[in-house]
Design a protein around this ligand. Structure first.
Ligand SMILES: CC(C)(COP(=O)(O)OP(=O)(O)OC[C@H]1O[C@@H](n2cnc3c(N)ncnc32)[C@H](O)[C@@H]1OP(=O)(O)O)[C@@H](O)C(=O)NCCC(=O)NCCS
Length: 352
């Protein structure tokens, strides 16, 4: 079988209309715009309206991506929704999204690896395409963390925002899509980012509720140390798998959790910060949505192009990490070269 690649033919992102600035947060908790900007690089975040859910945000992003790909939802072979904040513990939000899109009977599943979810999803989708099992796959990263954070806890409530981002992958024989990847997990750090009383280990009850154990808890310093260590390591592994080095990469798209983490990654990779796509000032940390949202924003702004080689790199709850070398569309040169070879072959056949 000819080698198959997952070309990104559609992309779309959604952020809720409501913007909450750092100044707004000064009225809620003991914080300041200056502290938040200096420690995180965040200026504002988008927060979902009461009638919005992870499913509705996912559908908004997915419709844009399908429209861009010129593909009907019914033509999809698979839907993957990466999220930690699905509408319910069960049913899986992926089935709600599948139904709302009108993708009748299309298989759909949720992938829960925290902020790395979109990269895990993208890589998973790529495998289904490479194997020949499926041709058209929708991958969504969506997160509605504003409903899971304690708005009285200044150490977490300033950090997150709500959003969704989606990619459509379609089978192609031209080299593009995920060209190399790396994923990993270290559960010894599971306590560092946790929603304690939301699962079977600690079902929510009056006592857990009174203690606010249904809200996100985070050991910021430990996560910070982990992130600055792992970003460079996983990036090198993805590059090696793609047979590339950092000089082959046009832009690095890191997880958007803290500008200082991105700056530390830039220093450890020996690269200027300008090589990194940074959108954290506008959206804060939108977890599984952060990378597709940054890419959509970067494409709209003309900061990146479809033929650019991107290094996507993320870390998150678990603790998990993931990275991928991504080229959304095949290079025109490659396409020309392929066309040239084909026409030469035809010429040879004709003259023979
Ligand atoms: C959370 C984070 C911004 C905190 O920054 P930091 O420089 O590590 O700050 P510290 O936790 O050391 O806290 C320093 C002080 O600021 C205070 N502080 C914390 N949040 C504050 C806020 N929003 N406003 C003002 N002060 C705040 C702390 O209480 C502490 O005060 P103290 O020294 O009197 O105890 C940072 O650790 C971080 O980004 N970590 C990674 C988190 C992450 O990436 N999470 C997502 C994973 S996907």
């Amino acid at each position: 079988m000819e080698k198959r690649y997952g070309r990104i033919t559609g992309w779309g992102a959604y952020v809720p209309e409501k913007v909450v600035t750092n100044y707004d947060l000064e009225n809620i908790v003991d914080t300041s715009h200056e502290w938040i900007v200096q420690r995180t690089g965040i200026y504002q975040r988008h927060v979902a309206a009461p009638n919005e859910t992870t499913a509705t945000m996912s559908v908004e992003a997915a419709r844009l991506a399908l429209q861009k790909a010129n593909l009907a939802a019914s033509e999809l072979d698979l839907i993957i929704v990466a999220t930690t904040t699905g509408d319910h513990l069960t049913p899986p939000v992926s089935s709600q999204v599948q139904h709302m899109l009108g993708a009748t009977n299309v298989p759909a599943f949720v992938l829960v690896t925290g902020c790395t979810g979109f990269l895990y999803g993208l890589t998973t989708a790529q495998q289904f395409i490479s194997s020949g099992a499926y041709d058209n796959i929708l991958v969504i990263g969506a997160e509605l963390l504003s409903r899971f954070i304690d708005w009285n806890d200044r150490s977490t409530c300033v950090l997150f925002g709500d959003a969704a981002g989606a990619f459509v992958l379609q089978a192609s024989t031209e080299p593009c899509g995920v060209l190399g990847f790396d994923m990993g997990s270290d559960g010894s750090g599971s306590e560092h980012i946790i929603l304690p009383a939301t699962g079977s280990a600690e079902p929510v009850n009056a006592a857990t509720f009174a203690e606010g154990r249904h809200y996100l808890r985070m050991n910021g310093r430990e996560v910070f140390k982990f992130a600055t260590r792992i970003l460079g390591q996983t990036s090198q592994r993805s590059l090696a798998e793609a047979g590339m080095t950092l000089t082959d990469i046009d832009t690095i798209v890191p997880h958007q959790a803290n500008l200082r983490i991105i700056q530390a990654a830039a220093r450890s990779m020996g690269l200027p910060i300008e090589r990194f796509l940074v959108k954290i000032h506008k959206y804060a940390n939108t977890s599984a949505a952060a990378i597709p949202l940054a890419i959509c924003d970067g494409l709209d702004a003309g900061e990146i192009g479809l033929e650019d080689r991107l290094l996507l790199v993320s870390f998150g709850a678990g603790l998990t990490w993931a990275s991928a070398v991504l080229q959304m569309a095949p290079t025109t040169e490659t396409a020309f070269a392929a066309a040239r070879t084909a026409s030469l072959e035809i010429a040879e056949l004709v003259s023979a």
